[in-house]
Design a protein around this ligand. Structure first.
Ligand code: ZN
Length: 388
């Protein structure tokens, strides 16, 4: 009898110990803040709740960084973190903000569009919670989030999700997927409200070109691709051809009219902006990879995927020539040059919308790695350091 009691107490103790360790890790991730040192061309920081007060003091509120040249011209929005388990877009936004120079027009950056989804790891998978970037002055830590809004902020999931306003039936859990909820609605779920706020922001600020950055598994056909709204097809097609001829392979797809809720469709349909989505390659989220480690996130190297690569089963290059890898600096660089190129062609096609802005290019990222473009918050002007 006594032995049984001791065993039961031991089980209770071990359970509580494990729950405590996990609870501390979950709490830390929920409240972890990323830091950026914005460039000297920074003008002001706004919040998404400035455009939708209902988001204030929620985990869905997220900063918008403004880089205004003061010279009349067009405007561009650069978005990371629509799906925070694809971290290269957010990191590219950080590299962009730390180095941007604007000579004409205004550039807006939302580094983490679905902030709530950054506050947890991927459910049901043993994913790492963070990754670090090496710099000359030390290591900088960033989050790996979830694909969808944190259930602590929006729960339970409905059995069905009917997209508003098209009434198209979607997968039930896509009601927490920001890139299925556009154009959004103010009195909908939290994710629909975030979508509404971003659409409202684009509309109110009359943003000429809006770019949404993503990553895709390399066995998914729409990888290394621009997906453009009908009105943005000309500029994205020119950018894809130009990049493929001069820098790296880039495909182009037209946003399907029957696929609802996406940025590349609804931003263009519900506002006057030119909507473009970009996908780079993230082997970490492929179905057949081995252990999902920080190393895999940063290098993209995986033995199982290399078999598929050799057999030509991947939609992004994965062979000896690229060392069976898709490192973070290559993915960040592709987004940065991908954005520069569509802006360049917007300027060519629509001179009245001209934006002249520069940041590190694909070639520079490949040569120097991401850390070379990040500044030390400890030694920088505190007015230009932001944690969120
Ligand atoms: Zn995505």
């Amino acid at each position: 009898m006594k032995k049984e009691l001791v065993l039961k107490l031991l089980i209770v103790f071990v359970t509580f110990a494990l729950a405590t360790v996990a609870g501390v890790a979950f709490h830390e991730h929920r409240h972890f803040k990323e830091t950026v040192v914005v460039s000297e061309d920074f003008t002001e920081m706004r919040w998404l709740s400035d455009y939708c007060p209902q988001l204030k003091d929620t985990f869905a509120d997220t900063p918008i960084f403004v880089f205004d040249s003061g010279v009349e011209g067009g405007s561009v929005l650069y978005c990371g973190g629509t799906h925070p388990y694809e971290p290269a877009p957010a990191l590219s936004a950080f590299v962009l903000m730390e180095n941007i120079k604007v000579e004409k027009g205004v550039v807006y950056v939302i580094p983490q569009c679905n902030y709530s989804a950054t506050t947890m790891g991927v459910q049901g998978n043993a994913y790492p919670s963070y990754y670090t970037v090496k710099t000359e002055w030390g290591e900088k830590q960033y989050k790996i989030g979830e694909r969808n809004t944190n259930p602590l902020d929006q729960w339970p999931d409905n059995f069905t999700y009917i997209h508003y306003p098209s009434k198209q039936a979607q997968a039930y859990n896509d009601l927490r997927n920001l890139n299925r909820c556009y154009p959004g609605r103010l009195d909908g779920t939290l994710t629909e409200r975030v979508a509404w706020a971003i659409t409202e922001f684009i509309d109110k600020e009359e943003i000429d070109l809006s770019i949404d950055c993503h990553e895709a598994s390399i066995m998914y056909p729409v990888v290394s691709t621009y997906i453009a709204h009908d009105r943005a097809m000309d500029i994205a097609m020119m950018a894809a051809m130009d990049l493929t001829a001069t820098s790296f392979d880039m495909k182009i797809e037209q946003s399907p009219k029957s696929l609802r809720g996406f940025t590349h469709r609804e931003w263009g349909d519900y506002t006057d902006t030119l909507g473009v989505l970009m996908e780079t390659a993230e082997p970490f989220i492929d179905r057949i990879v081995g252990p999902m480690t920080v190393d895999l996130m940063m290098t993209g190297q995986d033995r199982f995927l290399s078999y598929a690569g050799d057999k030509g089963l991947t939609y992004a290059k994965y062979d000896k020539e690229n060392n069976y890898s898709w490192p973070m600096n290559v993915r960040v660089g592709r987004h940065l040059s991908g954005a520069s190129k569509v802006i360049y062609y917007m300027n060519q096609f629509f001179p009245e919308k001209e934006v002249i802005a520069s940041w590190p290019s694909y070639e520079e990222l490949v040569e120097h790695d991401c850390g070379a473009f990040l500044h030390n918050p400890e030694t920088s002007n505190p007015d230009r350091v932001f944690s969120f």
